[in-house]
Design a protein around this ligand. Structure first.
Ligand code: C2E
Ligand code: CA
Ligand code: CA
Length: 577
């Protein structure tokens, strides 16, 4: 009983929100009082003026007082009509009572005092009564339609339980009340198979049955907590659980729902069993907006599905977000490989006389909707999940073919720099891959450069060193990328068979902020030169930076100031002049 009352309360909360949406606020109470007072005042004036014999003078004309009775009577009738229009049942009943009370009074005047002049008033009264009855009936019809529409707005038509909108509204209201609650996202396992093998209708029967089992537990309150259940979409349900004293009690409630879902289902004479994944979020600990709460519960639910263990419940934690993001990006990368939507851009590198040295190939990727995902986002994921060699491979092949053809066409001595991640570099077939690249593209080894980040020297230098030496022996150039961001030891740097040192953008950004920063970059440049490397500055955006770099002896520049990453055809134009 107690539970039903609370569910009624929930409905009121949702209903109030709908009122707000419809913007149909109830009319103010003081309006009601004013109309009633105005009615009595005008009625009193009518009854006293109707029989008055005196006259008043207006603009030199004398008028009998009783001739004003009609005006006041009209105002009085308008008051009762307004009461009926704006104050529903209360207004209607009140108007009816005051109109009905007058009838015997008028009749008594006619009978006992022979006051026939008030007879027309009686007819006016009857008309007013008919009018307010019609208004009331009409209002009732409109509000019953409105209620139907409102019910439809908060009810899931198929299962008859509240829909996602109602769930969101309840969450919003509970947040506002600052009441502790758990939001649970429930997703049925294998529901798609039921739809696929037995048809949509069977699927619908399952959803209706599951909804009724969930609703029964919520309504009966057998779980011991205060629960509200809704269907948010397809085979997803949502629970709002309140009044739990501990997480154990919350889990006990979830187990009740889980057990109800797992019970045998019978559809078209077939018995089968279904299970569900439960992800939940506790307000305020795990989220404090409707969006955060709903999406966090979803994240936790997805993790239950992914892990696919016997444990059907999981509470949201922050770690899940990065896992989820990684998974999402991973599936985008796989799709991009499959659909061939990984491509490359070419960022030019120049010497300080603004002569083109070559290009760095930078990976780009489009997701299935055609949105470009930045390499800052997908390269680290590709590295983590072991897809980087595939991504690199595509960039190498496409950029290699383009630059190889360009060199053949123009005879230019431009270089192509490609990035390699440590995990890719260490693969057994990396050297074969590079060999094949040289063969298929026709790029002379001395015009191919492999960029290896400085972090290699810290993490895997011993393993990587022999491989890097082999690459060097093949006549390919090696660049140390992002120099300055790691802490490579000078002794390793000295052994490193590099041609080029790439100073990281973060140093170039600070270059002109003070003498110290400038001296620091000058130090790197002279260190590079001592080791026998050329030095290139990355991320140069300002003329002043170019001036300083020229002054301190930098050899090359790569940055937006002289060239953003370009589409291949634009890079081609730059070479052909
Ligand atoms: P990176 O190798 O250090 O590449 C330079 C990055 O700095 C590029 O970003 C480039 O667009 C950007 N950049 C260059 N000049 C300027 C400038 O003046 N201002 C600013 N604000 N940015 C500039 P992008 O293309 O987003 O690449 C990010 C990183 O992704 C690269 O850093 C590289 O580590 C990685 N990456 C890109 N393509 C590949 C690839 O094919 N394979 C591998 N393994 N990693 C790649
Ligand atoms: Ca690079
Ligand atoms: Ca870099």
């Amino acid at each position: 009983m107690h539970m039903n009352k609370d569910n009624d309360n929930d409905k009121k909360i949702i209903s109030r929100t709908l009122d707000r949406l419809y913007d149909s606020k109830s009319s103010p109470n003081h309006g009601f009082v004013c109309l009633l007072v105005l009615y009595f005042v005008t009625t009193f004036i009518v009854s006293t003026s109707a029989n008055a014999l005196s006259e008043i003078t207006i603009f030199g004309h004398s008028l009998p007082v009783y001739s004003f009775a009609g005006v006041f009577s009209a105002v009085a009738n308008i008051c009762v009509i307004l009461l009926a229009v704006y104050y529903d049942k209360k207004g209607f009943l009140c108007a009816l009572v005051v109109l009905l009370v007058q009838i015997p009074m008028i009749l008594m005047g006619v009978i006992f005092r022979g006051n026939l002049s008030s007879l027309p008033g009686l007819f006016a009264n009857l008309f007013a009564i008919i009018t307010i009855i019609l208004i009331y009936k009409n209002n009732k019809k409109i509000s019953s339609y409105q209620n139907k529409v409102r019910d439809m707005a908060v009810t899931d038509i198929m299962t008859g339980i509240p829909n996602g909108f109602a769930c969101d509204e309840l969450i919003r209201a509970l947040i506002k009340k600052n009441e502790r609650f758990a939001n649970v996202c429930i997703d049925l396992n294998g529901f798609k198979d039921i739809n696929d093998t037995m048809g949509f209708e069977a699927g619908n029967i399952v959803l209706i049955e599951i909804a009724s089992r969930l609703k029964q537990i919520a309504d009966e309150g057998t779980s011991g907590t205060l629960d509200f259940v809704g269907r948010t979409s397809g085979d997803e349900f949502s629970l709002m659980i309140r009044n739990f004293s501990s997480e154990d009690q919350l889990k006990a409630t979830l187990e009740k729902y889980d057990a109800a879902i797992s019970q045998k289902l019978n559809v078209y004479e077939c018995d089968f069993f279904i299970s569900a994944a439960f992800g939940y979020t506790i307000f305020p600990d795990d989220g404090n907006t409707v969006d955060a709460i709903v999406s966090h519960s979803n994240t936790a639910m997805n993790e239950v599905k992914r892990v696919n263990s016997s444990n059907h419940f999981l509470r949201f934690t922050g770690d899940l977000l990065s896992t989820e993001k990684t998974l999402e990006t991973e599936s985008k990368i796989r799709a991009a490989i499959e659909n061939d939507t990984i491509f490359f851009m070419l960022q030019p590198q120049f010497d300080l006389s603004h002569k083109l040295r070559g290009f760095e190939a930078l990976a780009r990727m489009k997701d299935e909707k055609g949105k470009i995902i930045s390499p800052g986002e997908f390269i680290p994921v590709a590295e983590k999940v072991g897809l980087i060699d595939k991504v690199d491979g595509i960039v190498y092949k496409k950029a290699g073919k383009f630059i190889g053809d360009l060199i053949k066409q123009t005879g230019s001595n431009i270089s192509l720099s490609i990035n390699v991640s440590v995990r890719h570099l260490m693969k057994n077939d990396f050297l074969t891959e590079i060999d094949n690249l040289l063969m298929s593209s026709g790029i002379p080894p001395a015009q191919l450069e492999i960029e290896i980040t400085e972090s290699v020297m810290i993490e895997s230098i011993n393993k990587a060193m022999s491989r890097i030496n082999t690459i060097h022996d093949m006549g390919i150039m090696i660049a140390i990328d992002d120099f300055g961001t790691g802490y490579s030891s000078l002794s390793y740097l000295n052994e490193f068979p590099a041609n080029l040192l790439k100073i990281d953008k973060s140093f170039i950004d600070k270059l002109n902020t003070g003498d110290k920063s400038k001296q620091y970059v000058a130090g790197i440049i002279s260190l590079g030169h001592t080791m026998g490397f050329d030095v290139i500055s990355e991320g140069v955006e300002e003329e002043e930076q170019v001036d300083t770099l020229r002054e301190i002896g930098c050899d090359l520049i790569q940055g937006y100031i002289w060239g953003k990453p370009l589409l291949p055809e634009d890079a081609g134009k730059l070479v052909k002049g």
